[in-house]
Design a binder for this molecule. Structure first.
Ligand code: C2E
Ligand code: MG
Ligand code: MG
Length: 662
């Protein structure tokens, strides 16, 4: 018996004797059981314990016989013995159960390893593989039996990563168990076929017994990486054309600028390419046609740039090309832009239609026109708009005055807001004359803006701005009410009835504001029948034909007549003229101007007049400045005219003078 056993035997004997001497049974049992348990947890086996117990009973028995009535002693000791044994048996059974559950857990562990989604590889401290689960087999393309005992580092890591990984393992060992657990790293590993794939790898040192080992948990990231790449692609590319989108464009431009920063001999050009009248095509041919055209344009642009140059889609009908690493800015930009313009000379074939499509290009150069992506883009955009304004189909370089232009625009925009409140707007009236008898049958109301600082601002300069800012709503309503009130005043003063023509811009027309205002005025009984004409432009009708027809019909139902302003400048065609509910065509002044020396213009005027007559429409010519022009118009059967020949637009008082025959 060793020391622990002796100790136990003595303690146990004491407990037993106490009991036999009449001690409390419960306490004695508890004590004996506790001692037994500790003995088992120490070095005693359960059988050894039972042996001690019997030994004890045998040695004590003779002594007991002397002291106590035999029967009682035997009964008590046997009862105690039975109970203690029952307790130990229970403990023993629990131990057995524990062992069984440990075995079960081994089996479960194996099952977990087998079915785990992650690859689990255990390996000894020298890196030799101990276990290689089925997921690892699938991931790496090896059979478990092939790799057991092999060096994991050599097997799955690219040569360049091996030393770093070995250092990681060493660090893991020095930190010890637990500390290193959960250290995750993304890395690229090798498959059996030498292909590489991305994984997330966590290595843990396990020191359960005398032989510590490593467990590596490997998660295949191929799918996640592919998914991430896809998301990244979607976030940086245009869905329709697969070109870089605005975000990527800015990134690339910034990168290119950063790259150039060091090289003083290099420049960079930003070409802003705007597609002419795309909205019109989109609306008239349908969106799928518009989309297909944009794709064709994108493909063609991509064909003409050099590798490495970025082509991006900036807006629905705007593209940006970044020409990088140029030696001579202007020369090479001109060359690049001319390639784009040439590319647009060939028709685009879309859904069986052959379409001639023009574009306008604005260019800005780094570093001269801006030192960051945003400025360069804004300046190229401004230049593109100037190219558009100049008629399209051309290139404009950014110039400083475009910047001043933008600043002035901003000032004008602010002034416009206060203009209406401060009563800075007024109306001028231009007479419309009937050719048959020379009578003034109508007036066109034309807005004027006298700004205290800028002086007289012409409608061409602020109407478009008012449209963009939404101010056209209140301004347009003011024009309508003022012109109508003036007409009423003249009528009440006993002057001959007059048709008052009011210009309505695209936005005013389309958002229905003009309709609401007119209804209001009619409800208040302010408009005399046949006294109001609405002038709309061809181009504003074209953008949404169905809606335009509906609105025009509503205006006519309210008693207004409709005049089609600037006729001939848009896409006038018989087919749409037939559908539009209009009363009058207004021949644009560009045809009238200088028509005497221009056969083409005269032919055009002739055709427009014949067209109008064929459709039973009234026809008026504007911008008539000479007697010769008037004679020609009369010859062709034109009904009415307006122009400087008779009178410029004049203030109300002067117009009244004209009406009175002054
Ligand atoms: P528009 O409706 O085509 O008006 C005709 C323009 O031609 C007017 O310019 C008029 O002054 C000018 N004009 C008239 N006769 C002659 C002529 O014999 N020779 C020449 N060279 N020009 C002549 P204005 O008043 O500067 O208006 C320009 C444009 O601004 C108008 O073109 C119209 O589109 C717009 N506009 C004018 N007033 C308003 C308005 O109250 N509301 C809206 N929405 N637009 C307006
Ligand atoms: Mg007009
Ligand atoms: Mg006009």
């Amino acid at each position: 018996m060793n020391a622990g056993q002796t100790n136990f035997a003595a303690d146990y004997q004491a407990a037993f004797v106490d009991y036999l001497n009449g001690g409390d049974e419960e306490t004695a049992l508890q004590r004996a059981y506790e001692l037994g348990r500790r003995a088992i947890a120490g070095e005693q086996t359960i059988l050894g314990l039972i042996g001690i117990h019997y030994q004890l009973v045998q040695t004590i028995k003779p002594k007991l016989k002397a002291d106590l009535p035999k029967r009682q002693t035997i009964v008590r000791s046997e009862a105690f013995l039975t109970q203690v044994m029952a307790l130990f048996e229970m403990t023993h059974r629990q131990t057995l159960d524990l062992n069984r559950s440990l075995r079960d857990s081994e089996r479960r562990k194996a099952a977990i390893l087998g079915s785990a989604f992650d690859g689990i590889v255990t390996f000894d401290v020298d890196g030799r593989i101990i276990e290689f689960n089925p997921a690892a087999e699938r991931m790496f393309g090896y059979q478990r039996t092939q790799v057991i005992g092999q060096d994991l580092v050599e097997l799955i890591l690219p040569a360049a990563r091996r030393d770093a990984f070995r250092r990681l393992l060493a660090a893991c060992r020095s930190k010890g168990h637990g500390e290193a657990a959960g250290q995750r790293e993304e890395m690229t590993v090798l498959r059996a076929d030498a292909g590489e794939f991305p994984v997330e790898l966590a290595v843990t040192l396990i020191e359960a017994d005398a032989f510590p080992f490593f467990a590596a948990f490997v998660r295949d990231l191929s799918e996640r990486k592919a998914y991430e790449a896809k998301i990244e692609y979607l976030a940086t590319h245009d869905g329709l054309t697969d070109l870089a989108n605005r975000n990527l464009l800015k990134d690339r431009l910034e990168q290119a600028i950063a790259h150039l920063g060091r090289d003083k001999d290099m420049v960079l050009a930003v070409l802003f390419v705007g597609i002419e009248r795309f909205k019109f095509i989109n609306d008239s041919m349908g969106h799928s046609f518009g989309d297909a055209l944009i794709r064709e344009i994108a493909a063609r642009l991509q064909q003409i740039v050099r590798d490495g140059d970025t082509v991006a889609r900036h807006g629905s009908d705007e593209f940006v090309i970044v020409l990088d690493g140029l030696r001579s800015g202007v020369q090479e930009t001109l060359h690049g832009a001319s390639k784009v313009l040439t590319a647009f000379m060939q028709p685009f074939v879309v859904q069986g239609h052959s379409i001639h499509q023009a574009c306008s290009i604005g260019a800005s150069l780094y570093p001269g026109d801006g030192r960051d992506a945003e400025t360069l883009l804004a300046h190229a955009d401004a230049a593109m708009h100037r190219a558009k304004a100049a008629g399209g189909g051309s290139l404009q370089f950014y110039t400083q005055d475009l910047g001043t232009f933008a600043a002035e625009r901003l000032r004008l925009e602010n002034a416009l807001w206060s203009g209406l409140e401060n009563g800075e707007f007024s109306l001028y009236y231009q007479p419309q004359i009937r050719l048959a008898d020379g009578a003034i049958v109508g007036a066109e109301a034309l807005i004027r803006w006298r700004h205290p600082e800028f002086g007289m601002v012409h409608p061409e300069r602020f109407i478009a701005l008012a449209e963009e800012t939404g101010l056209i709503g209140p301004i347009g309503e003011w024009v309508l009410r003022t012109a109508n009130a003036q007409n009423r005043a003249w009528r009440q003063a006993g002057l001959p009835p007059l048709r008052m023509a009011v210009n309505v811009s695209t936005r005013q027309f389309r958002d229905g504001a003009i309709l609401r205002a007119l209804k209001d005025m009619l409800a208040a009984d302010e408009v005399a029948p046949g006294s109001l004409e609405i002038e709309v432009t061809e181009s504003s009708m074209m953008e949404n034909m169905e809606e335009s027809v509906r609105l025009l019909n509503q205006l006519r139902a309210l008693g207004a007549s409709i005049s089609l302003d600037d006729f001939g400048t848009g896409y006038s065609s018989l087919s749409y003229l037939r559908r539009l509910p209009v009363d009058r065509l207004k021949i644009d002044q560009s045809f009238v101007h200088n028509m005497e020396g221009d056969t083409q213009k005269r032919t055009m005027i002739k055709e427009i007049i014949h067209l109008a007559l064929a459709f039973d429409l009234s026809i008026i010519a504007e911008g008539v400045e000479t007697r010769g022009e008037l004679d020609f118009l009369a010859e062709q059967g034109c009904h009415e005219y307006q122009g400087y020949l008779f009178s410029r637009p004049v203030v109300a008082g002067d117009f009244e003078g004209l009406l009175r025959g002054g």
